[in-house]
Design a binder for this molecule. Structure first.
Ligand code: G6P
Ligand code: MG
Length: 220
């Protein structure tokens, strides 16, 4: 099978908003006296806002009402969006732009597949709002990763088959979602140690497009 499209996760792949998510959740957990550290934070990668909150609250003895939960999630998002205001094109992670240019030059479509409802704002802040052929995000899905919905939606929007797609992810939940969708999975950063990733990289400067095309062919 030839590679027709590459679907990029956003947080932790295009831009390091994963650090801002951590800082915002840390403020909320500290206010609530809940134990939260970077190890617990790893479990929030790729997971929706409300599911992330549930993981954090599972470390508390207190029972939170639905109303309290939605207030906490809203407060976290306000802190997070305040941090996002600082984002600029300088924050695009190394290797992203040259990879996008290389894919576009080879007529390979590019899309975003993110669980984040803040995707449009983030893409706007970093100046990439108009550079993708499709954007599937937290505003258009019911189930977040590891459910494959967001990646299948991106493939549908692009008009390509799932098996013609490669996904680039920094989250285990995202690698699992890509594999369930029948797509090739490239693990970067935290996801580089996922056993089910088809390619494993420290960051996107290490991604060789010719190798990506080769691995996609061999897989089918
Ligand atoms: C991404 C991040 C998650 C985050 C989710 C929802 O997938 O990796 O850590 O919880 O988006 O983000 P949002 O911006 O909608 O709160
Ligand atoms: Mg991510």
């Amino acid at each position: 099978m030839n590679l027709s499209a590459v679907i990029f996760d956003l947080d932790g792949v295009i831009v390091s908003t994963d650090e801002y998510h951590y800082q915002a959740w840390k403020q909320i957990s500290d206010q609530e006296n809940i134990n939260f550290d970077r190890k617990i934070n790893e479990r929030l990668r790729g997971v929706s806002r409300m599911e992330s909150l549930e993981i954090i609250l599972s470390h508390s003895d207190k029972n939170y009402s639905e109303n309290e939960k939605s207030q906490l999630a809203q407060r976290k998002n306000e802190i997070y969006c305040e941090l996002l205001n600082k984002l600029s094109p300088n924050d695009i992670l190394p290797g992203v732009i040259s990879l996008l240019l290389g894919l576009i030059a080879r007529n390979i479509k590019v899309a975003i597949g993110s669980s984040s409802k803040n995707t449009p704002f983030i893409l706007d802040q970093i100046g990439l709002a108009k550079n993708f052929d499709a954007i599937a995000d937290g505003n258009s899905i019911k189930s977040s990763k590891p459910d494959p919905e967001v990646f299948l939606l991106a493939a549908k929007m692009l008009g390509v088959k799932p098996e013609e797609c490669a996904v680039i992810e920094d989250a285990k939940a995202g690698i699992d979602a890509a594999k369930t969708a029948g797509m090739m999975a490239v693990g970067v950063g935290s996801a580089a140690n996922c056993v089910n990733a088809d390619m494993k990289l420290n960051d996107l400067t290490e991604l060789d497009i010719e190798q990506l095309l080769e691995v996609t062919k061999i897989r089918s």
